[in-house]
Design a protein around this ligand. Structure first.
Ligand code: NAD
Length: 397
């Protein structure tokens, strides 16, 4: 079939297998030539578990571990399989392409497709580690999900993207309609905050590490990290100090709990703060598409623009396996400095104050935003023939 993007609101409901494969290959190529990663003898992971391995920051983490350091990788994701009439999700095709490349490079790669919040999947992962790796020395936690079924009670919790304390009126960019407009968001109530913490807080990360520790599959000095976004004043009302920010604060609690629980193995747990960029998760957050199209403009002009793979390659070489990681007073690894420094934020704020529907195309990098959005689903990737007939049924090797 010939596959063209079907965009509905902030999501694209189909994906292009050849485009996804090319995008994975581009990230592999970046990692292979990046200074400091993959250099013979460079310190790095050997056996890695990536929870949320199929798209965005988790996929970049898996690619960096495997192709930057030669690590064996076990991935967990939640993706839809293709059928003859319907494409699979981008994460399905990314994983297929990753497996293919790993196989060609004679590298171990295995992926479990299922609900990472469930104890069934945790048990499957533990069995797989025992069978194939013995133990893991790095666990990346990169889930982004709007809901979570509590494995103890069976209750389904849903996250909410709302301000905390007071209503917030601001500008946003509607990617589907290409429109900048005002939105007013009512503050979350206590239950909505608590439910968002249940979904996106540290409880599940801690549960993973507790079960991996109990099963004896964590190596001595194993490292684990969960990803967060901290941002600055422009995004605090809808992110940092909002429901999602409250959930992310809980990761700091979980990091301390993990260190204490797995202290006999000297496990290190740190939250990593990454920069804002276009992923399936961030496109769904009000305000973020507008903010991101403005930071892309400013950071591309500054020459500091980075995507998932650049951020994660840096996280590995500078923080996880570097001798002098940038850390804040909560021991979080900080990879977001090029975005959150005062000079860059002042430039973004100046654009933010001026931006309207009329001047949006000239003030922002909306083209860059839209192209990267389509790239997530394998569209508009250079070198791919989108008129060609492609086979949607792709298996994982
Ligand atoms: P993403 O949507 O690209 O990736 C989410 C991953 O989680 C996918 O692999 C998906 O399959 C998996 N997943 C979702 N629900 C699952 C489930 N129930 N079981 C198993 N797998 C499941 O998101 P992303 O933007 O890469 O976000 C990853 C992490 O990085 C999140 O914690 C996010 O808050 C954080 N982060 C994102 C940004 C950003 O701007 N995108 C910035 C900083 C930090």
């Amino acid at each position: 079939m010939v596959i063209k993007p079907k965009v509905r609101g902030f999501i694209c409901t189909n994906a292009h297998p050849v485009g996804c494969a090319q995008s994975v290959k581009n990230q592999i190529d970046y990692v292979k030539k990046h200074d400091g990663v993959g250099v013979t003898g460079a310190k790095g992971p050997k056996n890695v578990l990536v929870i949320g391995s199929s798209t965005g920051y988790g996929l970049a983490s898996r690619i960096t571990a495997a192709f930057g350091y030669g690590a064996n990788t076990l991935g967990v994701c939640f993706e839809k399989t293709p059928s003859e009439r319907k494409t699979g999700t981008a994460g399905w095709y990314n994983t297929a392409a990753f497996h293919e490349q790993a196989k060609q490079a004679d590298m171990y790669a295995y992926t479990i497709n299922g609900d990472a919040f469930s104890d069934e999947i945790k048990t499957q992962v533990i069995d797989q580690i025992k069978a194939d790796m013995g133990s893991v020395d790095l666990v990346i936690y990169s889930l982004a999900s709007p809901r979570r079924t509590d494995p103890d009670s069976g209750e389904v919790f849903k996250s909410t993207l709302k301000p905390v304390g007071q209503a917030y009126t601001t500008k946003t960019y509607d990617t589907d309609k290409d429109k900048v407009h005002e939105i007013s968001l009512e503050p979350a109530n206590e239950e909505e905050i608590a439910h968002t913490v249940k979904v996106m807080g540290g409880e599940d990360w801690e549960r993973w590490l507790t079960q991996l520790s109990d099963a004896g599959v964590l190596s001595e000095n194993c490292q684990t990290t969960a990803y967060t976004y901290i941002g600055k004043e422009l995004t605090w009302p809808i992110y940092g100090q909002a429901t999602i920010g409250k959930a992310k604060e809980d990761l700091d609690r979980a990091a301390a709990a993990i260190i204490e629980y797995a202290k006999t193995k000297s496990v290190k747990a740190n939250v990593s703060s990454l920069k804002a960029l276009v992923t399936q998760a961030s496109s769904a957050i009000p305000v973020m598409p507008l903010y991101i199209s403005l930071i892309y403009k400013v950071m591309k002009e500054e020459g500091t623009h980075e995507g998932c793979i650049e951020q994660i390659a840096g996280l590995f070489s500078e923080c996880l396996y570097g001798d002098t990681p940038t850390q804040d007073d909560m021991a979080r690894f900080r990879m977001d400095g090029k975005e959150t420094n005062d000079a860059t934020q002042a430039k973004i704020k100046a654009l933010w104050d001026q931006v309207t529907q009329e001047n949006f195309h000239s003030l922002s990098d909306y083209k860059g935003y839209n192209t990267e959005f389509l790239n997530l689903f394998g569209f508009e990737i250079q070198g791919v023939d989108y008129e060609a007939d492609v086979e949607p049924l792709v298996e994982w090797v």
